[in-house]
Structures are given as C-alpha cells and as structure tokens.
Design a protein around this ligand. Structure first.
Ligand SMILES: Cc1cc2nc3c(=O)[nH]c(=O)nc-3n(C[C@H](O)[C@H](O)[C@H](O)COP(=O)(O)OP(=O)(O)OC[C@H]3O[C@@H](n4cnc5c(N)ncnc54)[C@H](O)[C@@H]3O)c2cc1C
Length: 523
C-alpha cells in the first residue's frame, strides 16, 4: 500500500519489523525480496511517484574542489536515480575485490566468488539475461552482428556490458510493491534522523518529516539506510543527538573516501574507428536474444598489476540522435523569429525522439563530452576511470539548511596528481595497443586550465565503506554498521573501491545478499 504521510496525524509512531529508508535501486530491491515474507516492512521514500521540484531541491548542496552537480546526478522520488539512469550493467572484476598494494585502502572483506550467486539473482531483478555472457568468448556463441576484437590480451581486454531492456525500477516494481500485503510505502517522507539508545548500540526510532511540516517516527526491529551513496552518509552525520559526530562515526569515517568514476571525454581527430571497434560503439548496441550488449575496452588485470594502474574503460560515444537536427532548427526559429515551412515536421521529430534527446543532452552534460556537433571524421571517446579511495574526498554537512531545516551536503572532491598521471599512462598504453595516434596535448589531465574537462558518471561510492575492522570501515561484511546491532546500509556507499564498471548491478547483488542475511537473523 502507498501512504501519503503528509496527511497522517502529526507525531504518530508506526511499528514495523524492517524499515527501509529510500526507494531507489537498493531499497526497491530489498522491498521486492521481502514481499510475501512474514516480516512487515515500511519503505520510506522522500518523494512521490513523479518528480517534484521542492523535493528534488533537498539534494542541492555545495561542492569544494572539482565542481560537482549534487542534484543533477540523483533523482529524489520513487525509483530513485534509476528514473534517469542508462541501465548499463556489468559485475565488478576479480581484481576489484583484491587488496592492491599500489592502491591505499583497497581490498574488500571478501572475494568476488562470494557475490556470484547474488549477481545471478541481480541479473534477473534488473531484467538482464545470461550472466555468463559477460565473458566475450561465451557471448560469441550467439549470432552477433558485430564481434568484439581479438585483442592483445596481455594489455587490453574487452569488457562486455549488458543494458537493461526495461530500464526504470519504478516501472518494473511499483505495482508489485503497491499490492504487497506486507509492505507499506510511505511517500513524501524524509528520514531526518536515526534516534539511537543512549550508548548508541541500537536505533530505536527513525524520525521522519514531510515538506508540509508533518513529523512522525518509525520504530523497527531492523533499520536499513538505502538513500543513495551521498545521502546515506548525510543521514548518519545528521543523526548527532546521542553520538555527537553522528551515528556509526566513532572513528571519523562516515562520509570519507567518496569515489566517483571521473571521465575525460575527447574527440579522436581520426576517421571513424575502424570496423573492428564497432563493438565498443554505444550507438551500435546489439539485441541478441533477450540481451542488449556492447563493450568497453579496458586494461588487463595483469597489466594493471605490472604497471600499478587504476582501472580504466573506454568506449565510443554516439553522434547526434535522431531529432537533434530538428531541435537545432527549432532553436534557430526562436533566435531568428522566422518560421520555415517544415517546422511541423521538425516539431514532430523532436516530440517523437524526446526521450532519446533528453538522455543525449544529459549524457553530454554530465560526462562533459564535446558539446559541438562532431565533424565528419571526428569521433568522441568517453573514458571511465577508477578513483582511488582517499579520506580527504568526503561528504560533510554544510552550514546551510534545506526546506526541512536539515543541514545541506558539502562535498570535497579532488583528483590527486598521482591519479592524473595514472590515467594518462593508462590512456597511452591503450591508444598504443589500439593503434590510435592521439595528440599528446590531449593526454594531459592538468589543473587550473584543465585541457580536459572532467565529467562524472553519477556513481556515488565509498562514504560508508565496508571493512571488518571498525577502525577502517563503517560497516562490516554483512553491511551492518559497526557497534549498532540493528542498523544496516545498502547501496554503493559500502564499496571499499569502485573498479571501472558501473555500480548498480553490484549494489543490487549486495542488497539481495543483505536481505537473505536479515531473513536468517530474524528467524
Ligand atoms: C544520469 C544517470 C545515469 C546513470 N547510469 C547508470 C548506468 O548506466 N549504470 C549504473 O550502474 N548506474 C548508473 N547510474 C547510477 C545509478 O542510478 C545508481 O547507482 C543507483 O540508482 C543507486 O541506487 P540507490 O538505491 O543506492 O540510490 P538511488 O537510486 O539514488 O535511490 C535513493 C532513494 O532514496 C530516497 N531518499 C534520499 N534521501 C532520503 C531520505 N532522507 N528519506 C527518505 N528517502 C530518501 C531518494 O528519493 C531515492 O528514491 C546513473 C545515474 C544517473 C544520474
């Protein structure tokens, strides 16, 4: 059932078995996995079922260092950021879980093996098919229109990506959750504080507030914070009545080690990539059976170890989608104030392709890809880099308040000199292996007058990192906050490192694993 909590009695207290804060990829996964169980669930969601400006504004904040769009990279309503994601999925690689001597603070508490059964279930939940097809050799057993390249695997490998055919979690699961007997979804409900007992060993209540001022509390046996990679940290830090530094922050780790996947887009001033590279072209994604597949070029794990490199993947970016030339025509009409005879056809083309146009504009904006139309013979390349965990890259509370009177987010984010050099080195190796003659000027990731404009993929990781040692991590291997018996975190904020693959499939796998664990302990 969906409940509009703006109309419940002020200061009501609700009781449940499990309270999940946030109905994005992680929260919806957990609620879905609990449907039909004997546990009562309250799914608390800040927004409604459609975007709302005042709610979205709660995401605004301040970035220090690299400019970071705190609101554009998230969606604050049922479905969370999957309302605007691109649906590209891939599990992390073995090496991403390892402790890598050349990357400080790297290493997950378990190997990838631990996640394999959950990755298989996450594939199904994301409506993806054939986990085994991430292996290029297995994939080639299908009749592919375009095949991955045979590469010098000592240096460069193909990473197969699968794209969700039906993309938004809201569209996939709203109905199931609305009709579930044991799940109540509280819409328009912002968690504003976790209220623990006096020694801060258990969360007694989740305090929530609506934008109309209504407040209420939820008392739950288990509380799961699933509010996204930035907001998870913000909520723990804001819960500072009993623990002055915030809940779970005894060792000053909450909010630290924020990681993104920085990208430096550039155009390759060469002829369109030769035939062989089409598998790595976003425009050429192939439908194979129930799958949509394509690929990124990446460094081999052996090479990363030998040369002490961070992860990196690259792909070719599409040219203008259908409808963009018409959009330019219409813009021209507004500027010149003369209407050409075919204006109706242009308008129709824009309306018909509005989703693709919106996605295209957003992608170019967030990834800071060249905005100009590419000339014939120019081709855009997007890079996706792994960022090293760095305690100085962190989410804190700013001094400004939002409409709920909560302190806004402040994000400090820098790329270190070592990371920049590392990226340049990776690109050199990759360009050499691919036979591209890149302008050496383009291979500078400088400061100040950055010749490369650094964009981001909207992947928020690391702010409540996982480590079995409470002095090194906020949550343990089961995603439980150290020292607090009934508080768990879901989402990519628990990632100790982010590899060079998009995070959602992994965070969904972790959310399924967490739900299984809770079913065990609540037995
Ligand atoms: C443009 C774009 C493209 C992307 N493309 C990809 C991609 O191709 N592949 C990929 O893997 N990832 C992609 N991502 C990232 C992906 O969307 C996220 O990894 C994923 O949605 C994170 O899931 P989550 O549940 O942790 O957080 P979210 O999906 O952000 O959900 C958090 C939910 O919590 C709610 N909430 C927040 N604070 C509170 C509060 N205090 N109280 C109550 N509710 C609250 C929010 O309203 C939201 O519904 C993309 C993101 C963007 C923006």
């Amino acid at each position: 059932m969906f409940v509009d909590t703006r109309t419940v009695e002020n200061n009501s207290v609700f009781h449940t078995d499990i309270c999940v804060i946030g109905a994005g990829a992680a929260g919806i996964t957990i609620a879905k996995e609990l449907i039909g169980s004997r546990h009562r669930v309250i799914l608390l969601e800040s927004g409604g079922l459609e975007p709302d400006q005042s709610t979205q504004a709660i995401y605004e904040g301040r970035s220090i260092g690299l400019t970071y769009p705190l609101s554009d990279t998230r969606s604050r309503y049922f479905g969370g950021s999957t309302n605007q994601w691109w649906g590209n999925c891939r599990p992390l690689d073995d090496i991403d879980f390892e402790q890598r001597s050349w990357i400080a603070y790297s290493g997950w508490p378990f190997h990838k093996q631990e996640l394999l059964p959950f990755y298989a279930r996450a594939q199904a939940l994301c409506k993806l098919d054939g986990y085994e097809n991430y292996n290029p050799e297995t994939l080639q057993k299908h009749s592919l229109r375009i095949s991955p390249l045979s590469l010098d695997e000592e240096r460069v490998v193909t990473k197969v990506i699968q794209t969700c055919p039906s993309v938004r979690f809201k569209d996939l699961y709203q109905q199931d959750i609305a009709t579930a007997q044991n799940v109540d979804t509280f819409l328009w409900s912002n968690a504003i504080a976790l209220e623990p007992n006096e020694p801060c060993t258990k969360v007694n209540h989740v305090r929530a507030k609506c934008l109309n001022g209504n407040e209420f509390s939820i008392s739950a046996r288990i509380v799961i914070v699933a509010a996204g990679g930035i907001e998870n940290a913000r909520l723990l830090l804001a819960s500072n009545k009993v623990a002055k530094a915030g809940v779970g922050n005894e060792h000053d780790l909450v909010g630290r080690y924020f990681m993104e996947h920085p990208t430096v887009g550039f155009s390759l001033k060469a002829t369109r990539p030769t035939e062989g590279f089409r598998f790595y072209d976003y425009d050429e994604r192939q439908h194979v059976g129930n799958m949509i597949v394509w690929g990124m070029l990446s460094l081999s794990s052996d090479l990363m170890r030998r040369r002490q490199l961070l992860g990196m993947s690259i792909y070719f970016v599409p040219g203008d989608p259908e409808g963009i030339p018409s959009l330019r025509e219409i813009k021209n009409v507004l500027v010149r104030r003369t209407v050409p005879r075919d204006v109706l056809a242009h308008l129709q083309s824009v309306v018909r392709n509005s989703y693709a146009i919106g996605q295209f504009i957003l992608q170019r904006k967030l990834l800071k890809l060249p905005t100009k139309s590419l000339l014939p013979g120019e081709y855009s390349i997007a890079t996706l880099f792994e960022q090293a965990p760095n305690p100085s890259n962190r989410v804190t509370l700013s001094s400004e308040r939002d409409a709920l009177n909560q302190l806004r987010t402040e994000l400090r984010l820098q790329l270190s000199e070592a990371e920049r050099e590392n990226y340049v080195e990776s690109l050199r190796i990759l360009a050499e292996a691919a036979g591209w003659d890149l302008d050496p000027m383009q291979l500078k990731v400088g400061h100040g007058s950055d010749p490369w404009r650094i964009g981001f993929f909207s992947h928020h990781m690391g702010t409540t990192r996982m480590n079995d040692d409470p002095k090194k991590g906020v949550v343990d291997r089961h995603c439980r906050v150290h020292g607090i018996s009934n508080l768990f975190i879901a989402g990519s904020s628990v990632f100790p490192t982010g590899g060079s693959s998009a995070p959602t499939l992994t965070l969904v796998a972790l959310a399924i694993r967490l739900t299984d664990h809770l079913k065990d302990i609540l037995h």
